[in-house]
Design a binder for this molecule. Structure first.
Ligand code: NAD
Length: 259
């Protein structure tokens, strides 16, 4: 059986946890060698060792905060040294910043926009020169349903995710004629460590978990692997005519106007 990413080299940010980790596991199973970038050095080191042993693929751990442009350039150079090239870039590193707009601190605004939007640009701009030289590259950005619909109480996260979808469309068009595709995925609520932390911060976590599941047409919360399969398709040559678009993975919730 042919593996869907046989021989491909992929760099995944935010690979130390949640959706990024699920994408890494699936890509390794489908034949890709990986560079796994995360600011949580211990998590990504342990994960890379385990994945290399389990899947038998090269897994290079990289330690960086995506907001640090110079460090990101160094890490991408390291990845290209180790793997030979980067065919696929998955931008998954991100943070929830949910605040009351009236009391929002400048530092929170900066962190939200820096990690979720500027950090993605740092990574794409570090990958672009070698992708353009090869005339080949697939980029998938993990945006959010917050990039499409507004949930009260989540400012300024939707600002960054709307921007990320704009970045996706803009760069997808900019480089299409040179062999580079840029797409995004917008997950709804997916049960990851970040989602678990958010639920734990609610006054009644069990009731909130049930309320969230009940809001979804299928009456269940999504799983990281369900986002990973979409990333696999978009990052593969199967999707070679799909560019500058966004794929919603929210079980259909965002299509409902009112219950
Ligand atoms: P997570 O917290 O479980 O994992 C995120 C990973 O990114 C962590 O390993 C963390 O260390 C890393 N990271 C965070 N900031 C970083 C930075 N500045 N530099 C480098 N690494 C950094 O989160 P998750 O739920 O798996 O979310 C992954 C992505 O999916 C995020 O972009 C998030 O906005 C998006 N998303 C998640 C959901 C959801 O419900 N879980 C829904 C929509 C979108």
């Amino acid at each position: 059986m042919t593996l869907r990413l046989e021989g491909k080299k992929a760099l995944i940010t935010g690979a130390g946890s949640g959706i990024g980790g699920a994408i890494a596991e699936l890509f390794a199973r489908e034949g890709a060698d990986l560079a796994l970038l995360d600011m949580d050095a211990d998590a990504v080191d342990q994960f890379a060792l385990k994945l290399e042993a389990d899947a038998g693929r090269r897994c290079v751990p990289l330690h960086a905060d995506v907001t640090d442009a110079a460090r990101i350039q160094d890490c991408f150079a390291q990845a290209i040294d180790a793997l030979g090239r980067i065919d696929i870039l998955i931008n998954c590193a991100g943070v929830n910043v949910f605040r009351d707009p009236l009391t929002l601190q400048a530092a929170d605004w900066d962190r939200c926009l820096d990690v979720n939007l500027r950090g993605v640009w740092h990574c794409i701009s570090a990958a672009l020169p070698s992708m353009l030289a090869a005339g080949y590259g697939h980029v998938v950005n993990i945006a959010s349903v917050h990039g499409h619909k507004i949930i009260p109480g989540s400012f300024p996260y939707p600002v960054a995710k709307h921007g990320l979808i704009g970045l996706t469309r803009s760069l997808g068009i900019e480089y299409a004629s040179r062999g580079i595709r840029v797409n995004s995925i917008s997950p709804g609520l997916i049960m990851t460590p970040a989602a678990e932390r958010w639920l734990a911060s609610c006054p009644d976590p069990a009731a909130e978990r049930q309320r969230q599941a009940d809001l979804l047409p299928g009456k269940r919360i999504g799983e990281p692997s369900e986002v990973a399969y979409a990333a696999l398709f978009l990052a593969s040559d199967e999707a070679r005519f799909i560019n500058a678009t966004d794929l919603l993975i929210d079980g259909g919730r965002s299509q409902i106007y009112h219950d």
